[in-house]
Write a protein that binds this ligand. Structure first.
Ligand code: SF4
Length: 295
């Protein structure tokens, strides 16, 4: 049974898996396996799919992820150039230490593209899983930046404040993340047994919560730094029947895979492009649930 699609006003976020692997092996990584076999990876096909998504939803958000988007600046430039400025563009990266492309070259890239990139999200964790560029390099990135930090399993609680101070001195906000393979509809909003939430509440000032069916953010303040604790479900389609008895597949993320294939979920489901051309839009259900999130 194939349900019609629904998505939020503006369109589902389009996540682009770049065709370049990273040089790391983070224990919580769910993308690594996607890079074992690189046959069929194609920047041209990815660009074709970017054009298709731009045509259907000219104001949707694009997110580049990997692998490592900064592994090939020439191809990243081509993909960025394929996206009109009507879209917000985000890049998830480690801002890698890599042979053949030094930090100054990457900084210059961010300078050249600062009008095209809304935010660069840099992975840094309490435990070091990757060779990290120095923090003062990160502080010179020309676009807005954010630190993404997965609080994985037995993370060292006593290092949280030092970690926050490390980036506070550059004014870079932090998004802490739950290992999303562990998120379920039952624990998405569960607070009492959420160890991370309790740790953050005990060390920082809780300000408020926003969220939707799919994901949420608990907002914290430490001195002058805004931090979020983000949880999201490990899939991106919610099946729901509306008041008229029509059942929809509600799409939150669409993926462009390394070979250009379009998927409607992280779970391997292909997007029916013609069906998406007739998608029904609903207002975005992300809303403030309590407190304040804008501070
Ligand atoms: S850097 Fe990112 S893509 Fe690479 S192993 Fe770590 S989590 Fe996975």
């Amino acid at each position: 049974m194939s349900n019609p699609y629904k998505t939020r006003a503006g369109g589902a976020t389009v996540t682009v898996f770049v065709p370049y692997d990273c040089r790391n092996n983070c224990p919580f990584c769910v993308n690594k396996q996607e890079y074992r076999d690189c046959s069929g990876f194609s920047v041209e096909k990815i660009i074709e799919s970017i054009h298709v998504m731009d045509e259907i939803t000219p104001r949707c958000d694009f997110v580049f992820t990997g692998g490592e988007p900064f592994a090939n600046l020439g191809d990243l430039q081509r993909m960025l150039d394929a996206i009109p400025t009507s879209h917000n563009v985000y890049i998830n990266t480690t801002f890698p230490v890599q042979p053949g492309c030094d930090a100054e070259e990457m900084i210059a890239f961010t300078e050249r593209n600062k009008d095209k990139i809304s935010c660069i999200n840099i992975s840094r964790h309490l435990q070091k899983y990757v060779e990290e560029s120095p923090d003062d390099v990160i502080s010179r990135i020309a676009t807005p930046t954010r630190i993404n930090c997965v609080l994985y399993r037995h993370y060292p609680t006593d290092k949280l404040k030092d970690f926050v101070e490390r980036f506070r001195k550059f004014g870079i906000p932090i998004q802490f993340r739950y290992d999303y393979t562990e998120t379920t509809p039952d624990n998405l909003y569960e607070e009492d047994h959420d160890r991370i939430l309790q740790d953050l509440r005990s060390q920082f000032t809780y300000m408020g919560l926003d969220g939707c069916r799919m994901r949420n953010g608990f907002h914290f303040l430490y001195k002058d730094l805004h931090m979020t604790y983000h949880k999201t479900l490990p899939y991106s389609t919610i099946v729901e029947t509306d008041e008229n008895g029509v059942t929809y597949d509600i799409l939150y993320d669409i993926l462009i895979k390394q070979n250009g294939e379009l998927h409607s979920d992280w779970t391997g489901v292909k997007l029916d492009v013609e069906k998406y051309r007739n998608v029904t839009f609903e207002p975005y259900d992300l809303h403030v649930i309590n407190g304040v999130i804008d501070f």
